[in-house]
Design a protein around this ligand. Structure first.
Ligand code: ATP
Ligand code: MG
Length: 473
């Protein structure tokens, strides 16, 4: 007889073994009914004139999102790896909800640095609470965590926030430091807030975990949710964070300008410093999409200047061949190469984070010193561009705005359902609820062993510093 096509064979197997998956662990969430009397009622969306909830509208309590969808199959059609799956509760509206919308009093706060899309998230929280659930008591906490106990909350409504998504920054204002747990939770109690939406970065999420734990310890009827804000895309578990795509787009423009400057000079170097303290995602993505970059330096992998296989040797070669070069450096790269004064070693920001030294300015100085030493009679120009604040301050682009809307609505649905201590974000494209503590710990770093980094190296032709160093030792 004829042999079946290989695709056919695999397909037949899959039909037979459709249920032979690896074991699944569900990441359960804390729920206010864990310690409060559960008085769940029907979702007011049932009677919202703009919705006609059909069967598929509400998310079922057993709907989940799997962490990993790229798997390896064994010859028998079962999943060989991963040997074990993680599942998260799917985000979305529930048929039964925990909060009475008339008694709901929501507070929204933004902390840490700026990120495109913060205002969109605030706007959508306000409009979503108001329009979807009929909540009328919505408050903005000004100036970050300290605002809970030091400034009177401002009342928000859809009319007030209607065009906020077109504005960069955060209208609520933000700050660092000022995290006083007792004062914050006292203020939440005193103001009678029962839903708290916290928008911020890694530090903010660690603070949110503490607020959630203190609220639970006091057995308060208060739901707490975190919405991760990180332009660097350094938060783990979720696919990406809002503002990232806008940042990459803006970063590409900075690279383009650097390229024009470099090309138009004799021995011109365009140097661009991009955001990314612990991760180089923006630098990597902007490099891949721009194609004008000759060397991309990120915190996940080391580099060095002098000697064989070093950056200077590489740039010498590039200038000889092409007359110009573009270097992109993420702000966290090369921090250990820069000599710090004792005062700089101890410098901390208001939140207690180590202050990063300006790797771009340092690199510019080193490049000039090198050229003056090696080619004192030849022209040479370094044009250094630091677009950080320009990138952070723009409003979100269309994709990020849509993301912000989805994430805000998911957060509302989750708190309304009575879940607490969670973060909302897309996992494999589906929004899910993830325990806050997991997100506060998970990091998303560039994997320099996978194909994406190899792709960067093949586009730029930059040296493999790690390998060169090993070979020269
Ligand atoms: P980004 O780094 O993206 O700008 P971030 O949220 O990490 O954002 P931080 O300035 O580190 O910014 O922290 C924001 C707020 O969270 C500050 O008010 C800070 O006091 C508080 N915070 C930071 N770390 C913690 C922590 N471990 N526990 C409690 N609060 C924290
Ligand atoms: Mg941070």
């Amino acid at each position: 007889g004829q042999n079946p096509q290989p695709e056919q064979e695999l397909h037949d197997h899959l039909d037979d073994h459709a249920f032979s998956l690896s074991p699944i662990t569900l990441k359960k969430l804390p729920h206010l009914s864990d310690y409060l009397q559960d008085l769940q009622g029907p979702n007011p969306l049932d009677h919202n004139p703009f919705f006609h909830p059909s069967d598929g509208f509400y998310v079922n309590s057993s709907d989940v999102v799997l962490r990993q969808v790229a798997c390896r199959l064994s010859p028998s059609g079962t999943i060989a790896s991963p040997s074990h799956h993680l599942a998260y509760i799917r985000a979305g509206p529930r048929k039964q909800i925990f909060f009475d919308h008339c008694a709901t009093r929501a507070a929204i706060v933004t902390c840490g640095g700026l990120c495109p899309g913060m205002n969109t998230v605030i706007r959508e929280l306000v409009v979503g609470l108001w329009d979807l659930y009929g909540v009328r008591q919505i408050y903005g906490i000004k100036a970050g965590y300290r605002g809970f106990y030091s400034i009177h909350p401002i009342e928000l409504n859809p009319k007030m926030v209607h065009n906020w998504h077109r504005r960069g920054g955060t209208v609520l204002e933000t700050s660092r430091g000022g995290f006083d747990l007792t004062k914050i939770v006292d203020a939440i109690e005193n103001h009678g807030f029962n839903q708290v939406y916290i928008i911020g970065g890694d530090g903010t999420m660690r603070g949110a975990v503490k607020i959630f734990e203190e609220v639970r310890r006091r057995k308060l009827e208060v739901g707490v949710t975190g919405i991760p804000k990180t332009v660097d895309n350094d938060v783990g578990i979720i696919d990406r964070s809002f503002g990232f795509q806008t940042a990459v787009e803006m970063a590409e423009q900075a690279i383009h300008a650097a390229h024009v400057e470099a090309e138009s000079a004799v021995n011109g170097i365009g140097l661009v410093k991009l955001m990314g303290r612990s991760t180089g995602h923006i630098a990597l993505h902007a490099t891949l999409s721009s194609r004008d970059v000759d060397c991309c330096l990120i915190p996940e992998t080391e580099f060095y200047l002098e000697g064989k296989g070093g950056l200077l040797e590489f740039l010498e070669q590039r200038l000889k061949e092409r007359g110009h070069a573009v270097v992109v450096v993420a702000e966290g790269a090369g921090q250990d190469l820069i000599r710090r004064t004792t005062a700089q070693k101890e410098e901390r920001d208001e939140s207690g984070n180590m202050v990063f030294l300006d790797v771009g300015a340092w690199l510019k100085t080193e490049l000039k010193k090198w050229w003056d030493r090696e080619h004192p009679h030849e022209l040479f120009t370094v044009k250094y561009i630091d677009p950080t604040y320009m990138i952070r301050a723009v409003p979100a682009n269309a994709t990020d705005n849509l993301y912000c809307t989805l994430v805000a609505h998911s957060a509302i649905h989750g708190l309304m359902a009575g879940y607490t201590g969670f973060v909302t974000g897309p996992i494999n494209g589906n929004h899910a609820y993830i325990p806050l503590a997991d997100v506060a710990q998970a990091k998303n770093e560039v994997n320099i062993k996978d194909h994406k980094w190899e792709w960067v190296r093949s586009i730029t032709n930059q040296p493999d510093f790690v390998k060169s160093k090993q070979n020269s030792v």
